[in-house]
Design a binder for this molecule. Structure first.
Ligand code: UDP
Ligand code: GLC
Ligand code: MN
Length: 329
């Protein structure tokens, strides 16, 4: 199905790690839909190339930020103003229907049936069930909706400073109008908050389809032991040990499919660094022969630190030895 896509967002390299695990989990469960990721210019070119190996489409958009520090402080998440960037998903009009998923979500099985739902479908928020959680939702890209959302944001802002407050005010009849637009909680199971209702988790939890690592501590903030394939317990997990299997699953995908890509990139980058140094070295050799350089001590130091060492000229061993001898005397 080429005119429908799962869409996520990563405005920096850290959230890209989540986006990659999410994308890989959708691939592992054989989605028949396209995968698209929205990025901003802050994402490095190396990370962008890795995103291309998992996603069909890597779309660069401008960052949108609510800059509403007062409301964001209520959630103790000052960094979430930038989630307004999510609104760009309505500009992907080459798709007729999409499912947005936060970069801190993970699918546990194939969830393509979500495309049977209509705009605007989402699951209840565990903190305030008359609101939907905006970590997973079904929508129809449309420039008209996009512009209405921007206008709405400019006029009313967002009651939580992030996209969730804004979208809940915009799609304000979600709670009451059409139960078909209420996704089961299993499609956006919040890994931390669910344990406030442990009996329900024990009863229904095995049918979870999407897990959402909602909250300030994300899977990539934990330590993982690759030998035992377990996530290290720390102060934050001790109260909610139920989420450990989900964290372990995230880390399994990360270490099996994402880390190798990051390591390959690191290798390519360090090799090209060596190549750059070699070129710089031959250039500096040429300059000794053809152009006696006049440069400041700061320039010299910078060249030395960049590995552009003038082995045959001023940095020749003979001269360094002379200098050392002078110090020693
Ligand atoms: N996000 C991002 N960069 C940021 C913060 C958030 O790209 O600096 C995106 C990312 O897709 C993330 C989503 O916005 O999953 C919502 O933020 P987050 O998941 O941290 O919020 P939570 O679900 O914990 O409330
Ligand atoms: C929520 C949602 C997240 C959203 C944030 C800010 O907790 O899970 O997707 O970006 O609030 O509104
Ligand atoms: Mn999230």
């Amino acid at each position: 199905v080429t005119d429908q896509a799962f869409v996520t967002l990563a405005t920096n390299d850290v959230y890209c790690q989540g986006a990659l695990v999410l994308g890989q989990s959708l691939r592992n469960h054989m989605t028949s839909r396209k995968l698209a990721v929205l990025t901003t210019p802050e994402v490095s070119s190396g990370m962008r190339s890795i995103l291309h190996s998992v996603f069909d489409e890597v779309v660069e958009v401008d960052a949108l930020d609510s800059a509403d520090s007062v409301r964001l402080a209520l959630m103790q998440r000052p960094e979430l103003g930038v989630t307004f960037t999510k609104l760009h998903c309505w500009t992907l009009t080459h798709y007729s229907k999409c499912v947005f998923m936060d970069a801190d979500t993970l699918v546990l099985c194939n969830v393509d049936e979500l495309f049977d739902r209509e705009e605007f479908s989402a699951a209840p928020d565990s903190g305030w069930p008359d609101c939907f959680n905006s970590g997973v939702f079904v929508f129809r890209p449309s420039l008209k909706t996009y512009n209405l959302l921007l206008r709405f944001a400019a006029e009313h802002g967002s009651f939580d400073g992030g996209d969730q407050g804004l979208l809940n005010s915009f799609f304000s009849n979600w709670a009451t109008a059409d139960i078909g637009k209420h996704l089961p909680f299993l499609y956006n199971l919040s890994s931390s908050a669910v344990y406030t209702y442990i009996p329900a988790f024990n009863h229904f939890g095995r049918d979870a389809k999407v897990v959402h690592f909602l909250g300030a501590t994300k899977p990539w903030n934990y330590k993982y032991n690759p030998q035992t394939k377990t996530v290290m317990q720390d102060g934050t997990t001790s109260g909610s040990f139920h989420q450990l299997p989900f964290l372990a699953l995230w880390w399994n995908i990360y270490s099996a499919s994402v880390l190798p890509l990051l390591e390959k990139l690191q290798k390519v980058e360090s090799e090209s660094e060596e190549y750059k140094n070699e070129v710089a070295h031959s250039i500096s050799e040429l300059t000794i022969h053809f152009k006696p350089e006049e440069s400041s001590p700061e320039d010299e130091r910078r060249k030395w630190e960049e590995g552009r060492i003038d082995y045959r000229g001023k940095d020749a061993f003979e001269r360094i030895k002379k200098k050392l001898d002078a110090f020693l005397h």
